[in-house]
Design a protein around this ligand. Structure first.
Ligand SMILES: NC(=O)c1ccc[n+]([C@@H]2O[C@H](COP(=O)([O-])OP(=O)(O)OC[C@H]3O[C@@H](n4cnc5c(N)ncnc54)[C@H](OP(=O)(O)O)[C@@H]3O)[C@@H](O)[C@H]2O)c1
Length: 248
């Protein structure tokens, strides 16, 4: 037990996240970046908006520089208006120096394929970084055909996308670090299938918000324990980083 006291000043909030070794031999490392209120709510009025301000808003964008692909559930894409990932120049240069593409691509998980294919996340994706759509065999064939026009479609499951198959498919495509940006339902499935290696959780200093916890486990899912790796305070906001212990 120890009391956390104000420690050394941190010039760059991304630095403690950037220095983590995310190699694993069997599959891509899966990290998630979420923000919640003090009561655990993940949205206000159906959007993240007001929960992610100042340093967290910047970290949300910069965190993407650590990933090979950004993985997100369809409802978040519908509500938050996703587009292709763009990073600030300094981070683009750092990636180039490591021989990586300028920015990660996006992968969207959907069973219904009720998505607007003209939106920037699909229609605006660069040709060499087409958005990936992870779906299942039960998907509507006409929608599947439409999805294939603007995205790379991966079928990873029968009635629903199997998180382990989804991660394996992303690994096969050469992705070593997958950054899940929610939403809570898709994140809960990853956790339930023990596919989440790391949770970066920002605690916004407010109470209230929607009845939507940061992660929604499917019924009867086991609890998953995580180990705290760092806690950073910026004014009243807490930035917590957890990892799934290797012996879990
Ligand atoms: N606080 C945060 O950090 C944060 C982050 C992200 C999102 N959010 C908020 O969370 C809300 C949206 O989250 P949500 O939990 O409702 O939705 P979500 O997880 O973003 O998306 C759920 C949808 O993903 C697809 N999906 C999930 N699991 C699937 C599976 N196993 N197989 C096939 N498809 C699957 C389905 O899409 P189809 O319906 O197309 O079949 C499902 O309806 C929004 O209000 C957003 O603002 C908050």
């Amino acid at each position: 037990m120890h009391l956390l006291r104000p420690g050394e000043e941190l010039g760059d909030l991304l630095a403690p996240y950037a220095e983590v070794d995310r190699r694993r031999p069997d599959r891509a490392w899966v990290m998630a970046n979420m923000v919640g209120t003090l009561s655990g709510s993940a949205s206000v009025g159906g959007k993240v908006g007001v929960l992610s301000e100042g340093p967290d808003a910047r970290l949300f964008v910069d965190m993407r520089s650590l990933a090979d692909v950004v993985l997100v559930g369809a409802e978040t894409v519908r509500r938050e208006g996703y587009g292709p990932v763009r990073l600030r120049e300094e981070l683009v240069e750092a990636r180039r120096a490591q021989g990586r593409p300028d920015a990660p691509g996006v992968a969207v998980v959907s069973r219904s394929l009720e998505l607007d294919w003209d939106r920037p996340v699909f229609a605006g994706a660069p040709e060499d970084r087409r958005t990936i759509v992870l779906t299942c065999e039960s998907a509507d064939p006409a929608r599947l055909a439409r999805a294939r026009e603007v995205a790379d479609v991966v079928v990873a499951g029968e009635q629903s996308v199997d998180p382990a198959l989804a991660v394996a498919a992303l690994t096969e495509r050469g992705h070593r670090v997958v950054l899940c940006e929610g939403g809570p339902r898709w994140l809960g499935e990853l956790v339930a299938h023990d596919c989440l290696d790391e949770l970066c959780l920002t605690l916004a200093p407010v109470l209230g918000g929607d009845l939507l916890p940061v992660s929604i486990a499917p019924p009867d899912s086991p609890l998953r324990r995580f180990a705290l790796r760092h806690a950073i305070a910026a004014d009243d906001t807490l930035f917590l980083r957890y990892e799934r212990p290797t012996d879990a």
